[in-house]
Design a protein around this ligand. Structure first.
Ligand code: ZN
Length: 227
């Protein structure tokens, strides 16, 4: 259910909440980041299970080791990166999608990366608005189309850009929505819409997005991944 914080709460919340996201280039590794120990959702926080799927002799794998072939495509690189970066998530090939969207947004509108085709998008982000949470409900509550600046960020790209290791963007339940006018008024309207969409974390103005975008994520909602 939407929480009852009013508009006047924005600044107070901005003062006390931690950073959440923003563009990867603005994420250093020295500040508290989104998702670090905060998520309670089952699949997103499960430690990777048995490492027995690795070929013999790869114990103690480092970034320089050969990448195990599990999916036979770019997903192998992504899965390997989750492993080597120690990101606590249990993934398989079928968790990645090339096509999932929402009722109001196509896959291409949500995932705007062109360097590789696979995205990890958790169910709560893509939930239909009659679930009373998720991106579609946020846009519905806002009352006008919204551009997604960034959603899923794979750990290879995220690391290269200096992003937070456990950003919720790498768990696939976060979105940064463009603030077209860069105005506080538009940003606050999106904040209110994100609250109505039961976002578990809404980045304050002090976060990396600043007035350029609004970060919302559904890290504590149940749900997994689908192709
Ligand atoms: Zn973000």
């Amino acid at each position: 259910m939407p929480r009852s914080l009013g508009r006047s709460s924005f600044i107070a919340i901005a003062a006390v909440l931690q950073f959440a996201c923003g563009t990867p280039t603005s994420e250093s590794t020295s500040a508290p980041r989104d998702g670090q120990g905060a998520s309670t959702s089952g699949q997103a926080t499960t430690q990777r299970g048995s490492r027995s799927d690795r070929p013999a002799g790869t114990a103690g794998t480092t970034a320089a080791d050969p990448i195990p072939s599990r999916c036979g495509d770019e997903r192998d690189v992504l899965l390997h990166a989750y492993d080597t970066q120690g990101i606590p998530i249990d993934l398989d090939c079928a968790d990645f999608t090339k096509s999932r969207g929402t009722r109001s947004l196509t896959f291409e509108a949500i995932f705007r990366v062109t360097t590789q085709p696979w995205a990890l998008l958790r169910d709560p982000l893509l939930a239909p608005s009659d679930k009373w949470y998720g991106l579609d409900l946020l846009i519905e509550a806002y009352g006008a189309p919204r551009v997604v600046n960034s959603s899923y960020r794979d750990p290879v790209r995220n690391k290269r850009a200096g992003g937070a290791r456990r950003s919720r963007h790498s768990f696939g339940d976060a979105a940064d929505l463009d603030n077209a006018t860069k105005s506080l008024e538009e940003w606050q309207r999106m904040w209110t819409a994100a609250e109505k969409a039961s976002a578990d974390y809404i980045e304050p103005l002090s976060g990396p997005c600043k007035l350029n975008c609004l970060h919302a994520d559904w890290r504590n909602h149940d749900g997994g991944y689908r192709p």
